[in-house]
Design a protein around this ligand. Structure first.
Ligand code: FDP
Length: 275
């Protein structure tokens, strides 16, 4: 029970930090910090990056959301870890930490996520398809479950927090009206991005988190939520956009930057953005 509940702390995003958020963050920072080839760590939970090694040897930058969907922890709903891996930019000096971090998602060398659900699943890409593994606790290892996953090209499922409908951009409202009128859509919204995305990868459809009045730039973070999932989506034949730009082409300006996100099956994302 010591591990469940809030810490009483508010993080850099202005969100309440759960004990499991802190536990997951400390575990990742500790484990990745020991690896000789990791130079910089960026976490949703920490305002500043962890610079582990400025030397050439730490050539990778790992950016992560240690526990995504943390408002679902206490309800025992699926949550997960999302990660993005960049290489140090060859154009910048070793000491310019931000220049290494603020690279567009198209420069990711690998990305993926783990979902802690009815089973523990790891999905990742290193730019050569998306591969999925299941944790076998009896041997303490991830076992290959499916190679080269392809997202269905079309599916009539939308995943969005419709409670915010009135503050969505007009095009999104029109799409939702159209889908309801069509009469053959399903709505699915878990409220954990990683779990909603995983279902979208397997079943198809579209996940939408646009700008709202409360979060005009969108709520989700570009560097360690949208970018890694966009890389996975594209490698599986899907699409990810902020409504105007391909997510992977966005040049980040700040480390904890937010973005609107429309991600999923190619045909469904095209339909959303056509309104
Ligand atoms: P949470 O606030 O629980 O951490 O990244 C934040 C996130 O969850 C996503 O996992 C989820 O998709 C989204 O926020 C849910 O936001 P809303 O409650 O505004 O729908």
């Amino acid at each position: 029970m010591e591990i469940v509940g809030a810490t009483g702390r508010i993080n850099v995003q202005g969100e309440e930090v759960q004990k499991l958020d802190e536990f997951a963050n400390n575990t990742l920072v500790r484990c990745l910090g020991y690896r000789g080839n990791v130079g910089i760590l960026v976490s949703e939970e920490d305002e500043d990056p962890h610079v582990i090694q400025e030397a050439e040897s730490g050539k990778y930058i790992v950016l992560f959301d240690p526990l995504d969907g943390s408002s679902n922890i206490n309800a025992n709903v699926s949550i997960g870890t999302i990660f993005s891996i960049l290489e140090r930019s060859s154009k910048s000096s070793g000491k310019d930490v931000m220049a290494h971090i603020l690279q567009p998602g198209s420069r990711q060398v690998a990305a993926g996520y783990v979902v802690y659900g009815s089973s523990t699943v790891l999905a990742y890409t290193a730019g050569n398809g998306v591969h999925m593994f299941t944790l076998d606790p009896s041997i303490g290892a991830f076992v290959l479950a499916k190679e080269n996953i392809k997202m269905p090209k079309a599916a009539r499922i939308y995943s969005v927090n419709e409670a915010y409908r009135e503050s969505f951009p007009e095009g999104i409202q029109k799409y939702l009206d159209w889908a309801k009128e069509a009469g053959n859509y399903s709505s699915r919204y878990i409220g954990s991005l990683v779990a909603d995305f995983h279902r979208t990868l397997i079943r198809g459809g579209v996940f939408i988190y646009p700008g709202t009045k409360k979060s005009p730039q969108g709520k989700l973070r570009l560097l360690y939520e949208a970018n890694p999932l966009a890389f996975v989506a594209e490698q599986a034949g899907g699409v990810a956009t902020d409504g105007e730009r391909r997510i992977l082409d966005i040049q980040p300006k700040t480390m904890h930057e937010r973005t609107a996100l429309i991600i999923g099956s190619k045909d469904e994302v095209a339909r959303v953005t056509s309104f």
